[in-house]
Design a protein around this ligand. Structure first.
Ligand code: PEP
Ligand code: MG
Length: 556
């Protein structure tokens, strides 16, 4: 029997495939004492699990070949290390369960490695991975981390942290569904960047059995469990029709009467550039540079490594505009070398520009790397700071840019309500504003972006959020400066028309959304967008705002 579950659709398209769960971190097995009569059985279980994990790693190595094969074979050898195995046996004989003995033996070995010089310490992650695999097998829970699968699948996770993103293979992930996360969470942003259909805030998703066939409709937020062949065909047909209609749209973003609204791409690094170019992005409206820092949260990437990554993105848009955001660490994107470990409330703590002002050397290296990367290129470089609260913050950032000798426009993100309220004051220090509507909603509504239960308040159609956007856009107009949107609000085609009507001057979004926004914007005049914006702001709820804008635009 086909059943339907409903969440919040955050990335368009249809994905049909089998469910694979993202394994949660391995729990520490309880330290319980077993009787002597169980020792032999537990030793047998431990050996079987070790052998199965080693065989699995070898098999994957054979499939992968090349460098990956060498790494996986080395991991298989770690699993079968005779010293480790005798330690496991010894621990079982004194009363540990198999899983606890493996956990403790590996922890002991881990400590030795961690203290044995830089090269050995680098192997700790491999050791942890092997331990997690063996313990997960003994506990009968899914392997931690990204699923082991050679076949494409629909990924189900509680939530996805930005650090998980590096591990996802876009060729294998058909789509994904998370239990947590609102429409502006990083799970949603990642889905758009990958261009795969996705649904967030669907609490029952974790209960779907591994291997269940599902159809995910990222446009409506529905998952069909065990869909019939007719249902699958119907969903695929309508997705194909939508895609065909879209591919007919091309060229710069504009309303039907020619009011230009540049459509820019949000990127996390050079890997996202081809999709942006293919979607016809007129530049980059948000380069989230923190993704370059997530590989190794213990230290910042070197200046040379940064220059290389920035240059690749800048070169992709000759004569285009590229807005680079300096490192936005903290809260949901902590970095060990920057983020205080003991903050009671990290989203309200030292994050974004605040971290950089506390670590001026990190900001200086980033700005110098940007200046070097842009040298000699015809690109229009713009650099902006995340989490600007007031004019003091804006001035500190602009001063740092000037000191680094950066030839670029300096801007401030409007992500904190205080910045929207005092946008004209901030604009005395910088040349443009960019609205980060994800955080702006989080802080305006006191609703954590990561918490699915409050997703109603993160809805970018909330009239109070529209008011803050309108204030910022009007301030920029009065100062003769620009005000774009780079938060997820820009990727909703209908809302993009409303934002245009509110006076926003550019829209930046995940590449996959650009054709949808371009096609919708091209249907309406600027005056229609302005009327839709006024109608939306006059509503009292997000839902009524959406309906009111829709009614105006469809001429009802
Ligand atoms: C935002 O907050 O809207 C934004 C664009 O920044 P991020 O999503 O990376 O926090
Ligand atoms: Mg933000």
């Amino acid at each position: 029997m086909e059943t339907t579950l409903r969440g919040v659709g955050v990335s368009h398209g249809v994905a049909i495939g089998e469910v694979r769960h993202m394994g949660t971190a391995v729990l520490e097995p309880p330290a319980k004492q077993i009787p002597a009569s169980d020792h032999g059985r537990e030793q047998g279980r431990a050996r079987q699990a070790v052998e199965a994990v080693a065989a699995d790693l070898m098999a994957r190595g054979n499939l992968a070949g090349g460098e990956a094969q060498a790494v996986l074979e080395a991991q298989a050898m770690i699993a079968q290390d005779p010293e480790l195995m005798s330690d496991v046996d010894r621990r079982i004989v004194v009363g540990s369960t198999a899983e606890r003995a493996v956990y403790d033996a590996f922890s002991h070995y881990r400590e030795l490695l961690a203290g044995a010089g830089e090269y050995m310490a680098g192997r700790v992650a491999d050791l942890d991975d092997v331990r997690n695999r063996i313990v997960a097998r003994l506990l009968g829970v899914p392997m931690p981390g990204v699923p082991d699968s050679d076949e494409p699948y629909v990924l189900i996770a509680r939530d996805l942290a930005p650090a998980d993103t590096a591990l996802l293979d876009p060729a294998l992930v058909l789509g994904f569904v998370t239990e947590e996360g609102g429409p502006t969470s990083h799970s949603a942003i990642l889905a758009r960047a990958l261009g795969v259909p996705a649904i967030v805030a669907l609490p029952g998703a974790g209960e779907l059995a591994e291997g269940t066939l599902v159809a995910v409709d990222g446009s409506t937020g529905e998952i069909f469990v065990d869909p019939s062949a007719e249902k699958q065909a119907e969903l695929e047909r309508s997705a194909a029709e939508r895609k065909a209609a879209l591919s007919a749209s091309s060229g710069p973003g504009a309303t039907s009467d020619g009011h230009k609204v540049p459509l820019l791409a949000n990127v996390g690094g050079p890997a996202d550039v081809p999709a942006a170019v293919e979607a016809g992005a007129e530049g980059v409206g948000l380069f989230r540079t923190e993704f370059l820092f997530l590989d190794d949260s213990a230290k910042a990437p070197s200046e040379e490594k940064q220059v290389e990554a920035y240059r690749k993105v800048l070169e992709a848009f000759p004569e285009g505009r590229v807005v680079v955001r300096v490192l936005d660490a903290g809260a949901d994107k902590p970095l060990d070398f920057l983020t205080p470990a003991d903050e009671p409330n990290p989203a309200l703590g030292v994050r974004g520009l605040r971290s950089l002002l506390d670590h001026p050397e990190v900001l200086r290296t980033q700005l110098t790397a940007l200046a070097k990367a842009a040298a000699g290129l015809p690109v229009y470089l713009e650099v902006m700071a995340p989490m600007v609260a007031d004019r003091t913050d804006a001035k500190a950032f602009a001063d740092a840019c000037r000191e680094a000798g950066l030839q670029a426009k300096f801007g401030a993100m409007v992500e904190i309500p205080s910045a929207a309220l005092r946008a004209r004051s901030i604009l005395q220090e910088v040349e443009f504003l960019s609205l980060g509507t994800n955080d702006l909603a989080q802080y305006a509504f006191a609703a954590d972006r990561q918490v699915g239960a409050v997703s109603r308040l993160q809805d970018p159609w909330q009239p109070a959020l529209l008011d803050l956007i309108s204030m910022s856009a009007e301030a920029a107009k009065a100062e003769g400066k620009s005000c774009g949107v780079c938060g997820e609000a820009a990727s909703d085609p209908l809302l993009a028309c409303v934002l245009t009507g509110l006076g926003v001057t550019s829209l930046s979004m995940g590449a996959a959304s650009i054709p949808y926004v371009r096609a919708t914007l091209a249907k309406y005049t600027l005056a229609q967008c302005e009327r839709a914006a006024s109608a939306a702001r006059a509503a009292d709820t997000a839902e009524d705002a959406r309906k009111a804008a829709q009614a105006v635009l469809s001429g009802e």
